[in-house]
Design a protein around this ligand. Structure first.
Ligand code: DAH
Length: 345
């Protein structure tokens, strides 16, 4: 038998089989068929017995070379399959750069945050510091030290959510006045604002919300006067309602201030002539304020014969409603996107 011819025929056949391979698993089948234990090479090696001794090395070498060649073809086929796989993957994942892009809509700051930020910007520029206080508050700070002792009738004005006998959700941001003065130790001047959430046991309707926002302001110094308060409030009114506003102070009552005032701003809608927003009066009430009551100064560690202060409390929702003609306070909290997106900053 001509071994060389047999091997050549075998190689030809193997080459054809390898070239036809299209899948990885076929590669293994072909390898097993030609190079496996029961394959043609096993039979050929059996012929070794009949080969004269001196020709045995050459015979072995020839057979081995044929095996190596087939192995190499198999390797090449494997490489070809791997490349084809990668190419197929790449083809599948190509990006169609001509497709229109996805549009991302930019969100906007909530209207209430915008109002707070406007006031903060103004007052920080005037040297105020922004403070924070806890929303879960002690009665002592929320009422007592603000000159609202137990059984004071004015406590009824602020129906409260109690958590325990002496702990409640703060009904206003005014307790931050007390906290700040105590923290300052009765010796340093105070100039702070505190924006934040407050809570009252109200039934929610178009004008009431059990949770709303206030901005508290407090200035304590040796020569603080009502004129300073008025000047500050005028600036705030102009910031919130536009340049050219006028303000007026009306006597009022708050337990923590004496004298107390309610502050009106000239109507931004009709410029004071009278319209539906100002209910024909030309004025809109925007906040409560006053000179800090001596009892509050003393309870907070400030000598009331030396220090005087003014304070103000702004209801943020009310202002936003007046400014933009919003007629339902619940709009701020139901987060209808169609509402929110009207107030892009
Ligand atoms: N705390 C008052 C309220 O919630 C608002 C207020 C009025 C705050 C007068 C003040 C002030 O600081 O001086 O009704």
């Amino acid at each position: 038998m001509d071994v060389k011819a047999t091997l050549d025929a075998l190689k030809r056949e193997a080459k054809e089989a390898i070239t036809a391979i299209e899948k990885m698993h076929e590669l293994n089948d072909v390898k097993a068929k030609y190079l496996g234990k029961k394959g043609p090479f096993a039979d050929i090696m059996k012929l070794m017995r009949d080969v004269p001794n001196d020709e045995k090395p050459l015979f072995g070498k020839t057979v081995n070379e044929a095996k190596q060649v087939i192995l190499q073809w198999l390797d090449e086929a494997r490489e070809r399959l791997v490349q084809a796989q990668i190419q197929a993957q790449l083809d599948k994942e190509t990006i169609d750069v001509t497709l229109p892009g996805k549009k991302f809509e930019l969100g906007t700051t909530h209207l209430l945050t915008q109002m707070v930020e406007d006031v903060e910007d103004l007052l920080i520029g005037m040297g105020y510091q922004v403070m924070e206080g806890p929303e879960v508050e002690q009665e002592e700070y929320n009422f007592e030290k603000l000159n609202l002792p137990q059984d004071h009738p004015a406590r009824d004005m602020q129906d409260s959510f109690y958590i325990s006998d002496s702990t409640l959700l703060r009904t206003h941001t005014s307790p931050v006045q007390v906290r700040t003065m105590l923290q300052y130790g009765g010796t340093k001047p105070v100039k702070i604002i505190c924006p934040g959430k407050v809570y009252r046991r109200d039934d929610d309707d178009a004008t009431h919300s059990h949770q709303f926002m206030q901005i508290e302001g407090l200035v304590v110094d040796e020569h603080t006067s009502m004129a300073d308060l008025k000047g500050t409030l005028l600036e705030i009114a102009n910031t919130l309602f536009g340049e050219g506003r006028d303000i007026r102070l009306r006597p009022s009552y708050f337990p923590f201030t004496e004298p107390s005032v309610e502050v009106d701003v000239s109507c931004h809608n009709c410029n004071g002539k009278g319209c539906h927003i100002c209910k024909g009066t030309g004025w809109i009430e925007i906040l409560g304020a006053g000179m800090v009551h001596n009892n509050v100064l003393e309870a907070s560690g400030y000598d009331s014969t030396k220090y005087r202060g003014f304070a103000f409390g702004i209801g943020v929702e009310r202002l936003a409603m007046l400014k933009y003609g919003i007629n339902d306070i619940r709009m701020f909290y139901t987060n209808d996107i169609r509402f929110n997106r009207q107030f892009k900053k």
